[in-house]
Write a protein that binds this ligand. Structure first.
Ligand code: GLN
Length: 478
């Protein structure tokens, strides 16, 4: 039998409808990839073989008896970053702090996946509490890039990107607070969408920095991303920041042409910090769109250069507040040594439970929020964040969408940036602005470096313009 794990979601759906194969057979082909590759790639940190098999078997029985109306995601094996709560399934955020945490409920997106008879293969590797750009800050050890296992997968949703790139799952859900879907997608040669803020519920997803956090998806085509987005987007009463805007059938946008679209090339995204090869590959993509009738226009978003500074004040402020609940009592591990008093108990639990990158960010976050520094740092960062949003509002009066690199460089070597946090932070210089403004942005694979590493292009659209991102991504894959 052909290797089913490489099919498109549409092909799996059609095959299941025609009874060419069963969901269990599709799952088996993914599990075969997991068994042969996960040891080297470290994409999955938990494999729920039994649960996935049971779900596939019960769906197959329903299909046999013609009892099931299949949605396009029914019976398709998928994976979840280890930040999504799944009832009864260990959820660690790759942190010692949550090494024993078993959620008592499903995240809203997980409920939606279950409504669609999705098959959850397991949980994927990530940077601790989603803080990082390489999936090296993980208690499970680094995820590896499938194109070169000496190199990182990107992060923080690195395991999700790898699981999709290596056919261990058809799609994966991740989170993107400053680039954690788009950057690993770019480094691993898959598609990754960070939608509009409020498009997908964050309920049941462990919070990093709430005003920056977005749930999104990885897949191997724009069409597959569209299918997933249509299934999981929408209003959720458990997340008051979700929008009640209608959820379209996103796969419909795939047939649209880019003819007549105005595509902006933002000059700040092509400056000297971005490797020459990456710039050249993305400019080739612009030419491709031009050939299909799009108009390419040079534009400027002058506040882009402040995005990293704003992010590394605002994000730690929110992160340090969100992490307060991990005190060893409400959530988190109990300290291994006896504590003198309650303060000592917190001290010991948090010292043992959190890794060094998390501690660094808690220090920054509590500092910028402390009295006397609040106005100078936090408030100022909030004001500059508004200017970044206005940059996007202005540019979208001139163009329909933007085309830019995702990451300034392709996958770097494991260990290379670990001792240099500032260099690691630069990996997200081009992805953070879209989080600041809450606009949708999609990473799509458009080329390779001379050394054979994937390079992605980023398509950024106005709020709720996910469909437009998919149209342009599809045109680039033609
Ligand atoms: N790499 C960025 C950081 O370290 C972004 C992380 C994310 O999007 N979750 O914070």
């Amino acid at each position: 039998m052909e290797n089913l794990s490489k099919l498109s979601i549409r092909a799996v759906h059609e095959g299941l409808l025609k009874k060419d194969f069963t969901s269990s057979e599709v799952l088996e082909s993914c599990l075969k990839e997991v068994k042969s590759q996960n040891k080297d790639l470290n994409a999955f940190v938990l494999i729920d073989e039994e649960g996935a098999k049971m779900a596939a078997n019960s769906l197959d029985a329903k299909i046999m008896n013609n009892e099931s109306s299949l949605s396009v995601l029914s019976g398709v094996p998928m994976s979840l970053k280890d930040i999504f709560c799944v009832k009864g399934m260990r959820t660690t955020c790759a942190s010692k702090m949550l090494e024993n945490f078993i959620p008592p409920y499903d995240a809203t997106v997980v409920e939606k996946l279950r409504d669609n008879d999705s098959i959850i293969v397991g949980k994927t590797n990530m940077d601790e509490f989603a803080c990082g750009a390489s999936t090296e800050h993980s208690i499970f050890g680094p995820a590896r890039n499938p194109y070169d296992t000496q190199r990182v997968a990107g992060g923080s949703s690195g395991g999700s990107a790898v699981s999709v790139a290596s056919n261990m799952s058809f799609y994966s859900l991740g989170t993107d607070t400053g680039g954690s879907i788009r950057q690993p997608a770019s480094l691993c040669g898959v598609y990754g969408l960070k939608p509009t803020y409020g498009r997908i519920s964050r309920s049941g997803v462990v919070s990093m920095a709430s005003s920056w956090d977005h749930v999104g998806a990885f897949a191997r085509s724009a069409e597959d991303i569209g299918f997933v987005l249509s299934a999981i987007a929408g209003k959720d009463r458990r997340d008051s920041t979700t929008s009640d805007k209608d959820v379209p059938d996103y796969s419909k946008f795939l047939d649209d042409s880019v003819k007549g679209l105005k595509i902006g090339i933002p000059k700040e995204y092509f400056d000297e910090g971005v490797e020459e090869e990456t710039r050249a590959v993305v400019m080739e993509s612009a030419k491709k769109l031009e050939k299909q009738g799009a108009e390419i226009i040079d534009v400027s978003l002058p506040y882009t250069k402040y995005a990293i500074a704003v992010y590394y004040i605002s994000m730690p402020a929110e992160l340090s507040s969100n992490l307060e609940r991990f005190d060893g009592i409400r959530y988190g591990i109990k300290p291994s040594e006896k504590a003198e008093d309650i303060v000592d108990y917190y001290y010991k639990a948090r010292s043992e439970g959190f890794g060094s990158e998390i501690k660094r960010r808690i220090l920054i976050g509590t500092y910028v929020l402390s009295s006397g520094y609040f106005d100078a740092y936090y408030k100022k960062a909030q004001k500059v964040r508004t200017l970044i949003l206005e940059d996007f509002n202005n540019v979208f009066t001139k163009v329909d969408a933007l085309l830019a690199p995702v990451s300034p460089f392709p996958a770097f070597k494991v260990g290379d940036l670990l001792d240099n946090p500032l260099a690691m932070y630069m990996a997200d210089a081009l992805t953070i602005p879209a989080n600041a403004a809450g606009v949708p942005a999609l990473s799509c694979p458009v080329g390779k470096s001379k050394t054979g590493l994937p390079i992605g292009a980023q398509i950024i659209a106005p709020q709720f313009g996910e469909g437009l991102c998919l149209t342009v991504a599809n045109a680039l894959s033609a």
